[in-house]
Design a protein around this ligand. Structure first.
Ligand code: NAD
Length: 333
């Protein structure tokens, strides 16, 4: 079966990383027709915006996209393309798996945690103002609808991927209305999934426990702000942003992307690590229903990293982006 997927290479090192992705996905044998759409700094002059409407329309039409990183110019007045895509397509769940890979330097060797972050509300709704010159106020929005759909997503993900437990993370002891609502809804939704264990943790305790006993945790579901912070903590547990994939998923579309930025100082140098975008590709294949190819692609990436020979500088090697991709593709053929 052929799949049509929007490919947004991004800017900075994004195009080199996307070429690596195309090489590796082609080697899995999955038939993907890439519809390339350019966004970011490189199109701003032509379209007057880093995210032209036709790019959003392409994602809406194909319902699935993968993108390289995109630079957010500081002080330009343009909001981040990533945020704009999430908002315009209502991509309410941010999926951030963190899994140890042998050969990636980290303090732990056996982490396998998935963060599901609510992407649309909480303090990130951006409703804030100056009350006086010396006082500012920001409004935290938590709704039943926003909480229910993301918690349900976490349970469905757990069920589909054979995961045993979902942990809801909150600060309901202090924010009794907002986080209290999130926790109440999480408990209600958990009742529909008796086959998946459910528990909750207060966010500060959660951070400490993730550092001390990460093996106790499986799927975490969090409101936006805690999700932003805790998902990076989990990326740190497995070796950092160079190996951290992500996805933003809604009812009508899903956009897969690495967590790291455009690493502009390395643009055009064939130097950066393609792993985070490749692992986002692993998530993409799984989402497309190509579970077996997704597993093979993951194993090939892990094998090349484990051998430590054809890897980029940040993994202790001297291979270029394209050399590492070629080595992974060879494992798949
Ligand atoms: P960055 O992730 O680009 O870089 C942080 C550090 O990590 C740098 O030293 C960089 O060289 C290194 N690095 C990043 N990716 C790497 C890779 N794949 N392999 C090896 N080393 C890598 O973060 P930044 O410098 O804060 O941001 C640069 C630009 O990217 C900014 O404009 C920022 O807004 C944007 N950004 C975009 C996204 C996205 O598109 N999703 C995410 C974060 C930042």
């Amino acid at each position: 079966m052929s799949h049509k997927v929007t490919l947004i290479p991004g800017d900075g090192t994004g195009p080199e990383l996307s070429a690596a992705l195309e090489t590796v996905v082609a080697a899995t044998g999955v038939d993907i027709e890439w519809e390339q759409q350019d966004a970011g700094l490189d199109v701003m002059e032509e379209y007057g915006t880093p995210l032209p409407d036709h790019v959003v329309e392409s994602v809406r039409r194909n319902r699935v996209a993968i993108k390289g990183p995109i630079t957010t110019p500081v002080g330009s007045g343009f909001r981040s393309v990533n945020v704009a895509l999430r908002k315009s397509l209502d991509l309410y769940a941010c999926l951030r798996p963190a899994r140890s890979i042998k050969g990636v330097r980290s303090h732990y060797d056996d982490i396998d945690v998935v963060c599901v972050r609510e992407n649309t509300e909480d303090l990130y709704a951006g409703i804030e103002h100056m009350v006086t010159d010396d006082a500012a106020e920001s409004i935290k929005i938590i709704t039943r609808k926003g909480s229910e759909r993301v918690v349900r997503f976490a349970f469905e993900y757990a069920r589909m991927h054979g995961r045993r437990k979902v942990t809801a993370v909150h600060k309901a002891n202090i924010m009794k209305c907002t986080d209290g609502l999130f926790l109440r809804v999480a408990r209600e939704v958990a009742g529909d999934y008796p086959d998946v264990e459910f528990e909750d943790r207060i966010v500060d305790n959660m951070c400490m426990q993730l550092v001390q006993k990460p093996e106790l945790y499986d799927v975490l579901v969090l409101p936006n702000l805690y999700g932003d912070i805790v998902s990076d903590l989990c990326a740190g547990l497995v070796g950092g942003l160079g190996v951290a994939p992500g996805a933003n998923i809604g009812e009508d579309a899903a956009v897969f992307e690495p967590v790291h930025g455009s690493a502009p100082k390395y643009t055009g140098m064939n130097k950066v690590n393609p792993t985070a975008l490749l692992l986002s590709g692993v998530l993409l294949l799984d989402h497309l229903g190509e579970a077996e190819a997704s597993r093979r692609m993951y194993d090939a990436i892990a094998a090349v990293i484990g051998e430590g020979k054809d890897v980029t500088y940040d993994l202790g090697g001297d291979a270029g982006t394209s050399d590492m991709a070629a080595a992974i593709a060879r494992k798949l053929s």
